[in-house]
Design a protein around this ligand. Structure first.
Ligand SMILES: Cc1ncc(C[n+]2csc(CCOP(=O)(O)OP(=O)(O)O)c2C)c(N)n1
Ligand SMILES: CC(=O)[C@@H](O)[C@H](O)COP(=O)(O)O
Ligand SMILES: [Mg+2]
Length: 642
């Protein structure tokens, strides 16, 4: 048990109203205590540490100056919102972060009136804040009233097209809107791209920016301590032609860069902006991810996400592993196919470590592309690579691929371009909850004409699927695999190229067949073993493909069994629906086959351990067993034998 920090000022704050009378000195002390409390809480829960530590002063300053929940503070991604949660009535539950029935790791409208907008995918905050600003001006009815709309967005998230779409619109509408660019020169990995270089230049050339701000009239936004210098600068600039920042060109006033850890800069700038802003304004704040906690500051990812840890040593508690992770198997398998084929290349959207592409980037730097948080571009870029004769693997989490869906349809599928989609984090992911669940990819990929869709049942199958995708040039192909470790099967030296559209029987049985698509196969086998002890021996098969379906396998299972059950870690409308469609078309139901399809329920499942989430989804081995009894209508026999 680790000591909780002493926090005398923080103890007096239940909501932001409690800090309104604090002096600036006390606010600085409050920030210090808030940082210690954040570290202490995350040491117990694990989670997103570095981003929150970087915005501690900004969080205190925003809540001191603005009047939430009337003023809407919208955190982009919202992985940095733990300090905000502590200040807004949730401190008593902060050590339940990301746990079942606990606080979400992200902002959530249903959790608090201080969370005006939910997030977890990036780059949505400016659009949402602009919506609030327009609703305010049009007299929209809002439970918490209407005040300022403030988007806090990181430099990584600013690289996404959506952020620029929002700024383009905001610059045109000219509504009072405050955007705070939290520039810590980090995404999850160091940020990439021209925008990142541009921001670094603004930062590196800070004195020049002061001159420019003065020249453009932004002097009115600068508080007294800065104003004198700026006035002198303005004098110096007379007669000089000075271009605006990118943000000014988009119609925003620009203030900054300022030191986001210095309350003596943050408070006066925010107060002045609050008093004076009339249209859209961007405040450029420089911060340090992981600030104030040495192990986070020293880490490569600046403490982006961490397991539970010892506060003194920074040592993280790691669960023992029994098998390689799916991500690492994908990574190794891709290296193998790339060694044989110089046209194999890879695309990630700001997730080089998460997708396992960092090793590929090290080995083949000229063939690996981190496009930044830009899934839409990443997909179309991969389409272009494919059209140009390369063999791109577009490695994305299922949940983030959602953002590039039109590009999957319009740029890849319609043109039948051989982009290989490596869909990681498919299925329920645990602590990140509903926003990160990979629930929909089977449905949204398998409904596209010409798309081949595979799911790996275990890590050896994943290796085969990477080899299959590398060898397949006739059109787009996707393979999905979950977060976490494999099942511990023996690994083949090399992946084998699978026959497209062919599944496999794993265990022969009678009366009922369980046809699994993906990693529920091991649970199906577990259920089979339990059922055998009760007198029922199901056939278990691994479909491997949701598209094209193995029609021969499915129809023979239907013919040879009284009942057929499909199972998948995906939402309704996926593999089971395609099987049902086939059976209906072939008239199989007309002759009395009993059919059930086990899919994720039609709800968004809150964060919990993956096992708990699958229990909610009723996709555990025990649920499969129960489904077999139900479909065979043999509960009485089961009860007698049990
Ligand atoms: C659309 C989307 N793609 C990828 C991610 C994964 N992701 C979460 S945080 C993050 C980095 C964000 O960087 P930045 O906005 O600079 O915030 P920081 O962590 O540096 O505070 C990424 C890539 C995401 N949440 N949403
Ligand atoms: C906030 C965010 O989107 C990422 O940090 C995400 O939480 C990473 O998930 P993994 O831990 O599965 O890589
Ligand atoms: Mg950043």
């Amino acid at each position: 048990m680790q000591d909780t920090p002493k926090t005398p000022l923080l103890d007096r704050v239940n909501t932001p109203a409690d800090m309104k009378r604090f002096s600036d000195g006390e606010l600085t002390q409050l920030a210090h205590e808030l940082r210690q409390e954040t570290i202490s809480a995350v040491s117990v829960t694990g989670g997103h540490l570095g981003a929150g530590l970087g915005v501690v002063e900004l969080t205190v300053a925003l809540h001191a100056v603005f009047d939430a929940p009337r003023d809407k503070i919208i955190w982009d991604v919202s992985h940095q919102s733990y300090p905000h949660k502590i200040l807004t009535g949730r401190r008593d539950r902060i050590r339940t972060l990301r746990m079942k029935d606990g606080l979400s790791g992200f902002t959530k409208r249903s959790e608090s009136p201080y969370d005006p907008f939910g997030a977890a995918h990036s780059s949505t905050s400016i659009s949402a804040a602009l919506g609030f600003a327009v609703a305010r001006d049009l007299g929209g009815a809002c439970d918490t009233g209407h005040g300022d709309a403030i988007a806090v967005i990181g430099d990584g998230s600013m690289s996404a097209g959506m952020a620029f779409e929002a700024m383009n619109n905001a610059g045109h509408l000219k509504k009072r809107l405050i955007v705070i660019l939290n520039d810590n020169e980090m995404s999850i990995a160091p940020p990439v791209g021209a925008l990142s270089n541009y921001l670094s230049r603004l930062y590196a050339e800070a004195p020049f920016q002061d001159l420019k701000a003065a020249a453009k009239g932004a002097i009115g936004f600068l508080p007294e301590p800065f104003r004198e210098g700026a006035k002198r600068a303005k004098e110096m600039l007379k007669g000089m032609a000075v271009g605006g920042t990118l943000f000014e060109e988009l119609g925003f006033s620009y203030v900054g860069p300022i030191d986001g850890h210095d309350m003596d800069q943050l408070l006066p700038v925010l107060r002045t902006v609050r008093q004076r802003a009339t249209g859209p304004i961007l405040i450029h704040v420089m911060t340090k991810k992981g600030k104030g906690y040495a192990p986070a500051e020293a880490a490569d990812d600046k403490g982006h996400a961490t397991g539970k840890f010892n506060v003194i040593t920074g040592e993280q508690k790691k669960a023992p592993t029994n098998a390689p992770s799916y991500t690492s198997v994908f990574s190794d398998a891709l290296l193998q196919v790339a060694a044989d084929d110089p046209q194999v290349c890879a695309v990630t959207a700001a997730m080089p470590d998460g997708t396992g592409l960092s090793l590929f980037a090290e080995r083949y730097p000229s063939r690996c592309f981190d496009v930044g948080i830009a899934e839409q571009h990443g997909v179309t870029f991969a389409a272009g690579l494919a059209a140009g004769g390369m063999k791109p693997f577009c490695a994305m989490y299922s949940t983030f691929l959602q953002r590039g869906y039109d590009q999957v349809v319009h740029d890849v599928a319609i043109q039948r371009l051989p982009v290989r989609f490596a869909i990681d984090r498919a299925g329920l992911v645990g602590a990140d909850g509903a926003t990160h669940a990979g629930s929909f990819d089977i449905a949204f990929m398998a409904n596209l004409p010409g798309m081949v869709v595979m799911a790996a049942a275990d890590e050896a199958e994943l290796k085969h699927m990477v080899a299959t995708a590398a060898a397949y040039d006739d059109g787009p192909i996707a393979f999905r695999y979950p977060r976490g470790e494999g099942t511990g099967v023996d690994m083949p030296e090399r992946g084998e190229v699978l026959e497209i559209g062919k599944g496999r029987i794993v265990a022969e049985g009678a009366r009922v067949a369980i046809l699994s698509f993906g990693t529920r196969l091991s649970h199906s086998i577990e259920a089979r073993e339990a059922l055998m002890a009760k007198g029922i021996t199901p056939t278990v098969a691994d479909a491997r493909f949701a598209k094209p379906l193995d029609e021969d396998l499915i129809l023979s299972l239907a013919r040879d069994h009284e009942a057929l059950i499909t199972i998948e870690e995906g939402a309704i409308g996926g593999f089971g629906s395609h099987v049902a469609q086939l059976l209906a078309e072939k008239g199989v139901f007309d002759t009395g086959l009993k059919f059930r399809s086990m899919v994720l329920p039609d709800i968004f499942i809150d964060q919990a351990s993956p096992e708990d989430m699958y229990a909610v989804a009723k996709l555990s081995a025990a649920d499969i067993e129960a489904k077999v009894f139900e479909v065979l209508n043999v509960t009485a026999i089961a009860d007698k034998r049990a």
